[in-house]
Ligand binder design. Sequence first.
Ligand code: BGC
Length: 572
Amino acid sequence: MSRTTSPPRRARTAALAAFALVAAAAGAATGISGTASAAAPGCNVDYKIQSSWSGGFGADVTVTNTGDAISSWKLEWSFAGNQQITQGWSATITQSGTAVSATNAAWNGSLATGGTANFGFNGNVTGTNAIPTTFKLNGVTCNVPGGGGGGTNPPTGNRVDNPYVGAGVYVNPDWSAKAAAEPGGSRISNQPTGVWMDRIAAITGTTGARGLRAHLDTALVQAAGNPLVVQLVIYNLPGRDCAALASNGELGPTEIGRYRTEYIDPIAAILADTKYASLRIVTTVEIDSLPNLVTNVSPRVTATPQCDVMKANGNYITGVGYALNKLGAIPNVYNYVDAGHHGWIGWDDNFNASAQIFRQAATASGSVNNVAGFIVNTANYGATKENNFTINDSVAGKSVRESAWVDWNRYVDEQSFAQAFRQELISVGFNSDIGMLIDTSRNGWGGSARPAGPGATTTVDTYVDGGRYDRRIHLGNWCNQSGAGLGERPRSAPAAGIDAYVWMKPPGESDGSSSLIPNDQGKGFDRMCDPTYTGNPRNNNHMSGALGGAPISGAWFSAQFRQLMANAYPAL
Ligand code: BGC
């Protein structure tokens, strides 16, 4: 997995809207005509009133092509009231009476299957500002359940608001046995951990790890008729882990077809089995993928060629959209999209841009209703709460934000980040009842090196460095961190907006090998897992802080497990 930070003051990825408005009056639609293929047309439209003021409003429209690829588009709708568009961007918009048509700008006409285009406008209105009920893309009616390539708007069914409340959580016996076999491991071997579907073979089972049906059958036994959450990790995107090598996967950048038919479809078929309808299935979707499209693409200095490829081919968004659509259609599945961590998305340049990318993926899935929430800090090491300083403190005339450690981030810990990012996600259109999960599996930072109180107020750096629990060399370090400990034990509803603390990354499983180890899972060797490595732009050229002697990602790493227990906070 990659744990990439993107420090501030980097060039923002320019995505400036080409603003075009063709003023009202002219009746005829503009000349660009659609090329919707007759084969399998389909579309979803998400029309959102983003702001309103006396006599006016701003709207944001996202179009998802669920049919065959198109090279240009025209979206048409009618207003029910007296809305009058005054200004638009990222599309050419004409209005005649109540009829509106928006055609693509020069740069957003091509839409692959699952591709999205976004545009917006301001308008005047008095009276009711109703959302239009019917949209047509290149003449085809959108938002038809079952239409096109599968973008439907499933009802949320009988899901509860927070699946963790009043429920047990599945203990994976395969992980539990490894934990119990370590000295002192039985102190935590009964804790629930995530079950990673990290390759196609994991669905039927691999050596030492039972398959998905076997997990669910075991879960039914553990449930014994009571509510039980099963935590799955959906993790097999094409071109996986584009900013690192340690968790590259089996599917190449273009293998979106295999992702659909050999991975998501079989998982969805099993989860949809009515035998499992009583389980509350939490799926955490594609760890570390989407924010890479914001932070690790050109022209940023943190860009990697692989992330540029994934941005250009759209397969991260298409894949996550497909997963959310298929899994979200199952009434007892709760999709939580992976939302990185504060040391990645917490900078101003990344915060809203990441929320927008998540929104695009949800839109590609057909509906934001497919998203129950988001998970942060998966397999990462950021402390849940730093109690010895806050982002608002100033020391010796300098803000904590100016310290070398915080480096202009807006957040100092995972919980404040998760709560703020939740609000951001709601503001871009996610449902107001979304909940956050925080992976606390390895963010405890206890042991004798844990600061007992705030650092000295000599400088802002002595203050922050002396007080912080997180003792990584740099916030961008992510692989098998030396000194880390188990964090808070899993529990439900620990704080406002937080559905649960979870252990999604199973403690004791490696983040990546310390040197090259040949394997048949597509996993590479990332030098961020090598203790002698002096870093790259994504950790601002610091030492990696990794433990030596590590096996490939996902494999049992006994020394790491023992360290995590020794440095647990709260202590075991
Ligand atoms: C690995 C997966 C593994 C997961 C949980 C990831 O870094 O790539 O193979 O299942 O960690 O340990």
